[in-house]
Design a protein around this ligand. Structure first.
Ligand code: PLP
Length: 448
């Protein structure tokens, strides 16, 4: 009997009692290889000594100080570290200030509000509209949900959501036409943004928000080359702010500290969470350009937003230790190496599987899209609940993966997301592929 209101009320969950590197251990001593970081969170696994020490030491000296009264060394150092990283890797980086919150949805809310407030500060009060993409996810709070394009998550709350305009995602597997080059497709997909801005009236559009690699909603889908360059050009042409959501794909997950660096562009606002604190503490961040920050300083002098736990000193200390581990131990090298090897192994083992339509992603953020037929790319009947069967079959084999359903239109479409910790070694990788192959075979009722 539990009094905790779980995500799936009524379901029975194993009790997690300990972590050991990339493994989680339940109360019966069963070990689960964490091949998805929960939801792409646990990038250092579950027992990192340096992060643990940093959190404990912070709690020992100062556990909390309200940001209406104080700043802290941990927050200042973490912000400086993130901006130095952005300057080092993002071409023409504009990000210069960091606003810390407690997770991805809060970071998305802050980004939307800052975009709106910026235009008020500079005397363009009509700019309030936000354009986003179908098949995207920016969080579950009502503002973030409003701009998100995950139909399944949106549907129950539709009457309560604020208006937003959705264009097509950049999703080559399903939307690139026969004979169309990736470049031509990227241009066609990006030009939907220009068309939407023109339809709405450029003087009313505040921002466009997108994930550089679409995470849970589409299953690790990066844009084709050139897509985001074109998006950047269009935003600049119409004075629309570009918000990139790197809550899942950022902080090294793709093998680069910022995923957008690989697309060759930077945003006006970037949001991060998940890997930022690696799950040791809840933390998210909104990074923004000095132009936006200065407009608030020179204008009203107050950002009309905030939360009690924003800039939490223990969370910042934990995240700083995480980020220093990535830098000092060159862990992104391992992300790139293991990511390429995992993709190769998946392609070798499951690339010809009759129900694996596509294997994609970047670094250690990989996705497999499941289809009834590789030729027609037809999705499974939602009544089969294939994603849930895969998750169950994987857990029964001591493997955590992150399958999702309803990803095409809210009902149809199943994929499996993989996002293992950055510390995985060859043996872990082999176990992931073996156990996933068996889990798929059981869920699909096909031979392993
Ligand atoms: N944005 C993206 C891309 C995400 O993947 C998520 C969570 O999965 C969020 C935002 C929301 O983050 P949180 O669950 O921390 O509120």
């Amino acid at each position: 009997m539990t009094h905790v209101f779980h995500r799936q009320p009524g379901a029975t969950y194993p009790v997690a009692v300990a972590g050991d590197g990339p493994w989680l251990i339940d109360g019966d001593g069963r070990r689960y290889l964490d091949a998805c970081g929960g939801a792409a969170v646990s990038c250092l696994g579950h027992s990192d000594a340096a992060v643990r020490a940093a959190v404990l030491s912070q709690v020992d000296t100062l556990a909390y100080a309200h940001t209406g009264f104080f700043t802290t060394e941990a927050a200042e150092d973490l912000a400086a570290h993130l901006i130095a990283q952005a300057n080092a890797v993002i071409p023409g980086n504009r990000l210069d200030k960091v606003y810390f919150v407690s997770g991805g949805s809060e970071a998305a809310e802050a980004a939307l509000k800052l975009a709106r407030q910026y235009f008020l500060e500079i005397g363009q009060p009509d700019r309030h509209r936000v354009i986003a993409r179908r098949q995207s996810y920016h969080g579950n709070t009502l503002g973030a949900l409003s701009v998100g394009g995950n139909q399944w998550r949106r549907q129950p709350f539709e009457p309560m959501l604020m208006p937003a305009t959705h264009i097509a995602p950049c999703y080559a597997y399903r939307e690139q036409a026969e004979g169309e080059s990736p470049e031509a497709y990227g241009r066609r997909a990006a030009d939907q943004l220009e068309a939407a801005i023109q339809t709405l009236g450029p003087e009313t559009v505040a921002a466009f928000i997108a994930e550089p690699v679409v995470g849970a909603t589409a299953g690790a889908v990066p844009a084709v080359p050139g897509y985001f360059r074109r998006i950047r050009e269009i935003c600049d042409r119409y004075g629309v702010l570009l918000i990139l959501d790197e809550v899942m794909c950022g902080m090294g997950r793709t093998g680069h500290m910022f995923a957008c660096a690989e697309d060759g562009i930077g945003p006006d606002i970037l949001i991060a969470a998940k890997g930022l604190g690696a799950g040791y503490q809840p933390i998210g961040a909104m990074l923004c350009s000095a132009v936006l920050f200065d407009a608030v300083v020179a204008g009203s002098g107050f950002f009309q937003h905030g939360h009690t736990y924003m800039g939490h000193v223990t969370a910042c200390a934990g995240a700083l230790a995480v980020q220093r581990r990535l830098r000092d131990d060159n862990l992104l090298d391992n992300v790139r190496r293991q990511g390429a090897a995992l993709r190769r192994d998946l392609e070798e083992t499951l690339g010809q599987h009759p129900h694996v339509g596509d294997i994609r992603g970047r670094g250690l953020l990989l996705g497999l899209e499941l289809v009834t037929d590789r030729e027609t790319k037809a999705p499974f009947d939602p009544a089969v609940k294939l994603h849930a069967r895969v998750k169950r079959a994987a857990m029964a084999r001591g493997l955590m993966v992150y399958p999702m359903g309803g990803t095409i239109d809210g009902r149809h479409g199943d994929h499996v997301l993989l996002a293992p910790p950055f510390i995985i070694e060859d043996a872990h990788r082999h176990e992931i592929v073996d156990r996933l192959g068996e889990a798929l075979a059981e869920a699909l009722d096909t031979p392993a």
